[in-house]
Design a protein around this ligand. Structure first.
Ligand code: NAD
Ligand code: GLY
Length: 371
């Protein structure tokens, strides 16, 4: 079995990301050095538990690690203050101690929610990320952002809390529904679009293999994404600068998700896909990005079957430009009331644009099909 290891180098909180096929069966052995006692709590959701739970449980048992399990209902709705309160109370009731490590086993929803619970139970216990979606393997399990949603917007309540270890078993993706896989692929494309044109070109060639289940292509894609993210997080853990580039497509995307009330209409990765395309089109319209670069992104998203327009995202409905702008103004990058956007000079070169005039956003959103 080939296993790649990426390091996230952030001083005393540094940790490793293990990427390979079949890692769940050896998860206990990988986790054991990070555990204070041979006991843990798996936090997961019903789909993941049914599809991949036995593999992780076998892996823990094989290393003599006892466990309790909390199985939540799947879906973004779990990432709420109510969901957090319930989870924290259940962890405390199970007897979690400050030096214990809890396992976030699932997609980005479980990682963000269980990670945030770990950040606050007993003023902070340890946790490990065992991501089971493509999105979580390439993005949300790495870097220590944990959060729940507010009624005002995505991820507005949270903490930076780094995991002790990330175990990414690409074999777990075998049971991921095709739509979820594709949505996660948008976050893979993001790395090429924001700073790595050669990786984007690789995806143009091999992206179909990543989606079709080629284990080597998946491992290469996850590794490249994790290396890029690890480098950015090491340079700017708390997002005072360069880490914001990882939000390419997210300010528009989060607004689309908020406008739909996290109802499951649009998956997070799908919102990022449309948001990324909007960021490119805005960069062409307002900032001189070459139109051919936006067309290259559009062609790849379309070839992949990802949504790329407001009409795709609205699925027969429509978005109000003013409502989208209000949601964008709740973005965590807003400074003194002014919007910051991640825009592109060209494909593979994103930058941070501060103090974007809101009226230009409304005008642009209307030109893109909002009312
Ligand atoms: P998700 O966690 O909702 O998982 C998607 C669906 O797939 C769920 O129904 C889940 O039960 C199911 N599933 C997961 N793994 C499976 C498997 N192996 N087999 C079968 N079914 C499986 O969604 P997601 O796309 O992984 O995560 C989205 C969340 O991640 C959003 O809330 C987003 O805000 C967050 N996010 C966080 C960061 C970060 O840095 N913390 C980065 C990106 C996204
Ligand atoms: N997903 C963006 C970040 O981790 O910064």
């Amino acid at each position: 079995m080939t296993v790649d290891i990426c390091s996230v180098n952030i001083g005393a909180q540094s940790y490793e990301i293990h990427i390979g096929e079949g890692l769940l069966e050896s998860a206990g052995a990988l986790l054991k050095p990070t555990l204070n006692r041979p006991w843990t709590v798996i936090v997961t959701d019903r789909h993941v538990d049914a599809a991949q739970g036995p593999r992780l449980e076998y892996g823990l048992g094989a290393a003599g690690v006892a466990f309790e399990k909390i199985v939540l209902e799947p879906g973004e709705a779990a990432k709420s203050m109510q969901g957090l309160t319930d989870l924290v109370e259940r962890l405390i009731a199970l007897g979690v101690e400050r030096n214990d490590t809890i396992l976030a086993f699932g997609g980005g929803v479980i990682g963000d929610l269980a990670g945030f619970a770990a950040a606050i139970v007993k003023r902070g216990c340890a946790f490990a990320q065992i991501p089971t979606t493509l999105l979580a393997q390439v993005d949300s399990s790495v870097g220590g952002k944990t959060a729940v949603n507010s009624t005002h917007g995505k991820n507005l309540i949270g903490a930076f809390h780094q995991p002790k270890i990330v175990i990414s078993d690409v074999a777990a993706l075998a049971t991921l529904p095709a739509r979820e896989l594709k949505a996660g692929y948008a976050e893979v494309v993001k790395y090429g679009a924001l700073g790595d044109e050669p990786f984007f070109a690789w995806l143009e060639n091999r992206g179909a293999d990543v989606l079709a289940g080629d284990a080597t292509a998946r491992r290469v894609a996850v590794k490249r994404a994790c290396e890029t993210k690890a480098e950015i997080v090491a340079a700017d853990e708390r997002e005072h600068g360069v880490r914001a580039l990882l939000n390419l497509g997210h300010t528009f995307g989060h607004a689309l998700e908020a406008a739909q009330g996290y109802s499951g209409g649009l998956l997070h990765g799908e919102a990022v896909s449309v948001g990324m395309m909007l960021a490119f089109d805005f960069s062409v319209a307002m900032k001189g990005c070459p139109p051919a670069d936006a067309e290259r992104l559009r062609a790849h998203l379309k070839a992949t079957g990802l949504p790329s327009t407001l009409a795709d995202a609205a699925r027969g409905g429509e978005f109000a430009a003013d409502a989208l702008l209000s949601a964008m103004l709740q973005d965590k990058k807003v400074e003194q009331g002014a919007l910051t956007l991640i825009l592109v000079r060209r494909l593979g070169e994103a930058y941070i644009e501060k103090a974007v005039d809101p009226s230009t956003i409304v005008e642009f959103l209307k030109s893109a099909g909002a009312r």
